[in-house]
Design a protein around this ligand. Sequence first.
Ligand code: UT7
Length: 320
Amino acid sequence: MTTRIIGTGHFVPEHIVTNDDLAQFLDTSDEWIKERTGIRRRHIDTGMGTTAMAAEASKRAIENAGISPKEIDLIIAATSTADEIFPNTAAMVQREIGNDRAACYDLNAACTGFIYGLNTAHAFISSHMAKTVLVVGSETMSRTVDWEDRSTCILFGDGAGAAVVAADDAGIEAVIMGSDGRKGEIIACDGRPAQSRWMSQAPRNPYMVMNGQEVFKFAVKKVPETIAQLLSQAGVGAEEVRHYILHQANERIIASVAKRLHVPMERFPINLDEYGNTSAASVPILLDELNRNGALKRGDRVVLAGFGAGLTWGATLMTW
Ligand code: UT7
């Protein structure tokens, strides 16, 4: 017995911001952004928020799974951009989908969040602590980036993606997760002010700071290493995997991973041209697009892999 993805869904905001739109107020160009990242446009939230996008993606995943929301006994929301500190995003999604008994919590592993969530769901199902789990990745990255910092803001977009998972005979074959907190400052967001009646600190930078080149170097080394380790755990060859669904951060990172694994690029689907980097939502958005357009066939071997702030990384091997 293992864990199978039985339904997927996604939601992205309608409002589109193109590279040319950014060049109106930033010293950048469509050419630079396309060449260095592969991104052409991104969907940006104009007020809906992380919870509402997560709820919409979740409803679509539940409908796709053909189950009642009441069957769900655990909801994990992967996000680093929750609308509120509490209640948690997962509990607010629970309210929206019409479920009043599931355990609900948020998980913050930045861009690796959905993979961490899925692997955690697998652990719950394997240990019989849950039967049906909803994992949703939702992010409003547009609120964490400084729209005057061209080295970060051009990369990100908003959206949500979800998967319903349940116990089945075939599905997840191997999982892997890791972190290296020593490199926490390479990509970080201080966020809220550290002030209280008894504590006063200098105002913090509310926006993300990132050493892009260090993240790039980390990703092109760590992601192929992680996938190789994952495949060797399961005794599966890289050529046996039909789809490598990677965190959508930069097309050059994905191309480098493909090269290092000696796998043709056509096995690495890409949608970052349309959405940019949606952090914890990128893998489930792409997964849902492939599921709905019929690209995923029963029996296909699929690898999901992510990396991000922490630094964190993770991957999942499954039979679709
Ligand atoms: O989920 C994880 C999230 N983070 C990532 O995935 C980040 C991974 N890193 C990257 O994707 C790349 O490092 C970036 C796309 C962020 C930057 O690309 P790069 O090829 O590493 O560029 P660079 O930082 O070496 O900068 C090259 C030049 C610099 O100018 P000078 O010093 O050569 O004159 C930058 O100031 O490009 C300049 N630059 C820009 N120019 C136009 C940086 N950002 C921009 C921009 N438009 N948006």
